[in-house]
Design a protein around this ligand. Structure first.
Ligand SMILES: [Zn+2]
Length: 480
């Protein structure tokens, strides 16, 4: 069987399982989750040298999930070659693969997808997905999405008449971009109706490309949807949108209302990551349900002790029950999640969750003619991560014509990091028509703490002198 027929067969099986589990009672979902946890632990102890070492010869039958240590991205990446369960996978070769941007969405060794993630923790990670995991993510994405337009979905259950536009980070092997490229490769029909656009493009070029493509579905980050909704309200963006799908950042009720009213269509939100693409799906009542038949999420406090239902965790531990090639067991995801014990009126027994999304701000600056230009926080963080290799920073908007970059690295390497980061930002700002904006920065400076305790990496309306800047007065100021 070739790769695509094996994908069809496995996707059909996963689709049936996902569809059939969607209406099961809570007790059966828990049994299913427990059986998958036991199977994953047995597999990891048999096939992963790292997990064999951790278990220290204890039999898998005597171990519970809670016996396993919390694993961080750094610890797992340091032991990557011992962590994976296929010895054909080696970190050095995988790094070469993801360095090649022409291969985004290609199969690796004919059977895997490889997704990269930097995340706000600043440690780059690589996540290899096997064919079962991919078929489960595809099924969860397709079958647990809310029915936003019942009549249209009834007449066109497979979305054959939809034209999708994805606006996001298209320059790396990121989960969403790689997934769309992969599905377009498998399905010639999708490749004709889907367009992917980089959020690094200046807004006017993005608007022109969307006006040409005329999408009926827009998939993007809430901050990008917000900017595009303002363009639609101003009459510059004219697209026949029927649905907007968002994910990756917080979507507040006010943002949802503005996007929905500007486009005149429904908006839905999902929760996913490179570690598990479809962790949570929204129901028709707009509540987020955890796909608990295929993953375990444990909200925990700062000492990794479980927090009670209804309490927001300091971080969250993920156990991925779909992917066997790179076992994620009690992996510190870094997200803050609240697990609710109340049932949802929609009737689904899948548990309700609330996720505290990223807290980065949209930056509004003025160009040389005094016209406003919006900069997407994810575009700015992508430039700094991908082009400068800088992860621990805070970019502050001081006023409509000036930006200040705080870089945490200290000493001589901090100075070099800051210079590299400013050099990466400058051409991006010029491309957005912001060549005259003043750009300065400091190193040995982590910037300001966030209002919610979570530190933003892109901050609007920062005061002129931050606490971090006063503590680290060395800096340099250069015009963009
Ligand atoms: Zn619900």
């Amino acid at each position: 069987m070739d790769v695509s027929s094996s994908w069809c067969w496995q996707t059909g099986l996963s689709a049936f399982e996902v569809w059939a589990s969607s209406c099961l009672p809570a007790s059966v979902l828990l049994e299913r989750q427990a059986a998958r946890v036991a199977a994953l632990l047995r597999w990891a102890l048999r096939q992963s040298p790292l997990y064999r070492e951790i278990a220290a010869d204890r039999a898998s039958d005597s171990l519970q999930l809670s016996d396993f240590p919390v694993m961080t991205k750094r610890r797992l990446m340091d032991r990557f070659d011992d962590w994976v369960t296929d010895p054909a996978l080696r970190l050095a070769a995988l790094r070469e693969f993801v360095a090649d941007r022409d291969r985004i969405g290609d199969d690796y060794l004919g059977r895997y997808q490889v997704w990269e993630s930097s995340g706000s923790t600043g440690e780059p990670g690589l996540f290899v997905q096997d064919s079962q995991a991919l078929s489960v993510y595809d099924a969860l994405e397709a079958l647990r999405r809310p029915v936003l337009q019942p009549l249209r979905r009834c007449l066109d259950p497979w979305g054959a008449i939809e034209r999708l536009a994805f606006v996001g980070a298209t320059t790396g092997h990121f989960a969403s971009t790689a997934s769309i490229r992969r599905l377009c490769r498998i399905s010639p029909w999708m490749s004709r109706t889907v367009c992917t656009l980089s959020f690094l493009m200046p807004v006017r070029e993005l608007v022109a490309a969307l006006n040409r493509h005329r999408p009926t579905v827009l998939a993007t980050y809430p901050s990008a949807a917000l900017v595009l909704a303002a363009e639609a309200k101003a009459g510059r963006l004219r697209v026949p949108l029927q649905e907007v799908w968002t994910g990756g950042e917080a979507l507040t009720p006010a943002m949802r209302g503005f996007i929905a009213s500007s486009f005149g269509c429904a908006v839905s939100q999902s929760y996913g990551a490179s570690e598990f693409l479809a962790m949570g799906s929204e129901c028709n009542l707009g509540r987020l349900h955890l796909n608990s038949d295929w993953l375990v999420l444990e909200p925990v406090d700062e000492h990794h002790r479980p927090v009670p239902p209804g309490v927001l965790g300091h971080t969250t531990l993920l156990t991925n029950l779909a992917n066997r090639v790179q076992p994620l067991i009690r992996y510190d995801l870094g997200d803050r999640v609240r697990l609710l014990s109340v049932p949802c009126a929609c009737g689904s027994a899948l548990p309700l969750i609330e996720v505290e999304g990223r807290v980065d701000d949209l930056l509004k600056l003025d160009n040389d003619l005094g016209a406003p230009v919006s900069l997407l926080p994810l575009a700015l963080t992508t430039v700094l991560e991908d082009d400068a290799g800088v992860f621990d920073f805070q970019l502050q908007r001081r006023d409509a014509r000036s930006l200040w970059l705080c870089v945490a690295a200290e000493g001589p390497s901090g100075a070099a990091t800051l210079a590299r980061a400013l050099a990466a930002l400058r051409p991006f700002l010029i491309a957005q028509g912001l060549g005259g904006v003043t750009l300065g920065g400091s190193f040995g400076d982590r910037g300001l703490p966030g209002r919610s305790g979570k530190r933003a990496r892109v901050l609007a309306d920062a005061p002129r002198r931050s606490r971090g800047h006063a503590a680290a007065p060395r800096g340099l100021t250069q015009p963009a």
